[in-house]
Design a protein around this ligand. Structure first.
Ligand code: NAP
Length: 299
C-alpha cells in the first residue's frame, strides 16, 4: 500500500531512525489540531526522543492506515472525529471504560496488538477538579448536547457520584438514547429533558456542561444556553477551547458564575494518553503552556 500526501489523506513522514518513539493523531480532518505542539513540548520536557504527527485519514482508509502505522513502528495513537467508534473494529482489546463509553480516543501498541482506551472522561474530571473547587457527589448537573463528548463527560461525572444528570439536546432522540445508555451504569438519576422545558433544570443545576460546537470558532459567536438562566454559585463548563473564552463563558462570568473552559480537558486527555504510551508521568504544565501558546498564535 502506498500512503501518499494529498489533500484528503495526508501521508506519513518517512522516519528512518528506529530509536525514537512514534506517535500520531488520526482524524479527518486534523490540520487544525494543536496536539502536535502540545506533545512536542511534552517530549522536550520529558527528554523523550519522539515524534507526534497529525495524520488525516478518511474513514474508508482507517484499517489500512492502522496496518501501515504498525509496520512503520508507531506505538501510540490519539483517535479523534470521526473514528472514535469505527476504531473498535480494528482493535485487539478495549478497556472497560472505553467499552462502557462506546468510544476510543487513545490506542497503544502492546506486543503487536492495538489496545484501545478512553481518556476523555477522566481527562475532563481531572481538568474540572484542577481548575474548579467543586464537590461532585450528589450534585445536580445539566449537560447541553448529547454527542461523543457529552457521552464521555456524563460517564465521568456519574462515576464521580453526581446525583442528578439532565441531558438536553437539539435532537431529543439522541438525548434519550444517551440517557438510556448512561442509566445502565446505575450510578445516578439520569434523564433527557427537552430544550423547551430545560430552563428549570439549568437554573437549579450546580454544574452546567456545554458540549455542542455552538460558540466555537467557525460557528456564530452565540451562547447555546440562554445566559440569563445562569447565576452566581453555579459552575459553567464549556468544552470548547477555540476561542479560549466563549460567549457563554463570558456571559456566565458576568453573571457571577464560576467558569471552566475546554483547554484543560484537552491537556489532561493528552497527558493520560502519553502516560499510557510511555509509562512515564506527563508534564502537565509544559503541555498547557504549549497549547495556550498555539491557540493564541492561531487567533
Ligand atoms: P458530536 O459527537 O458531533 O456531537 C455534537 C453535539 O452538538 C450533538 O449533541 C449535536 O446535536 C450538537 N450540535 C451540533 N451542532 C448543533 C447546532 N447547530 N445546534 C445545536 N446543537 C448542535 O461532537 P463531540 O465530539 O461531542 O464534540 C462536541 C464539542 O465538544 C466540539 O466543540 C468539540 O470541539 C468539543 N470537545 C472538546 C474536547 C476537549 O478536550 N476540550 C473534547 C471533545 C470534544 P444533534 O444530536 O442534534 O446533532
Amino acid at each position: 500500500m502506498s500512503l501518499q500526501r494529498n489533500e484528503s489523506d495526508q501521508g506519513f513522514r518517512s522516519v528512518k531512525d528506529m530509536t525514537h518513539r512514534r506517535f500520531a493523531l488520526l482524524g479527518y480532518p486534523v490540520a487544525h489540531s494543536k496536539s502536535p505542539k502540545m506533545m512536542a513540548a511534552a517530549f522536550h520536557e520529558m527528554g523523550l526522543r519522539a515524534t507526534y504527527e497529525a495524520i488525516s485519514c478518511s474513514p474508508e482508509n482507517l484499517g489500512l492506515t492502522l496496518d501501515t502505522l504498525k509496520q512503520r513502528g508507531y506505538t501510540g495513537l490519539n483517535i479523534t472525529i470521526p473514528h472514535k467508534q469505527a476504531i473498535f473494529a480494528y482493535l485487539d482489546w478495549v478497556d472497560e471504560t472505553a467499552r462502557s463509553i462506546g468510544a476510543v480516543n487513545t490506542v497503544v501498541l502492546r506486543d503487536g496488538e492495538w489496545h484501545g482506551y478512553n481518556t476523555d472522561a477522566l481527562g475532563y474530571i481531572r481538568s474540572l477538579s484542577e481548575e474548579v473547587s467543586l464537590k461532585l457527589p450528589g450534585m445536580k448537573v445539566v449537560i447541553w448536547g448529547a454527542g461523543g463528548a457529552a457521552r464521555a463527560v456524563g460517564h465521568g461525572l456519574l462515576l464521580e457520584g453526581v446525583g442528578e444528570l439532565s441531558l438536553v439536546n437539539r435532537t431529543p432522540q439522541k438525548a434519550r438514547e444517551l440517557a438510556n445508555d448512561l442509566s445502565k451504569l446505575r450510578l445516578g438519576n439520569v434523564q433527557a429533558v427537552s430544550m423547551e422545558s430545560a430552563e428549570q433544570d439549568v437554573r437549579t443545576a450546580n454544574l452546567i456542561v456545554q458540549t455542542t460546537p455552538i460558540g466555537m470558532t467557525g460557528y456564530p459567536a452565540v451562547s447555546p444556553i440562554p445566559s440569563d438562566w445562569v447565576r452566581m454559585g453555579q459552575v459553567v463548563s464549556d468544552l470548547i477551547y477555540t476561542p479560549l473564552k466563549t460567549t457563554l463563558m463570558r456571559a456566565a462570568h458576568e453573571r457571577g458564575a464560576t467558569v471552566h473552559g475546554g483547554a484543560g480537558m484537552l491537556v489532561h486527555q493528552g497527558a493520560m494518553a502519553l502516560e499510557l504510551w510511555t509509562g512515564q508521568s506527563a508534564p502537565i504544565k509544559a503541555m498547557r503552556q504549549a497549547l495556550i501558546a498555539a491557540l493564541n498564535e492561531a487567533k
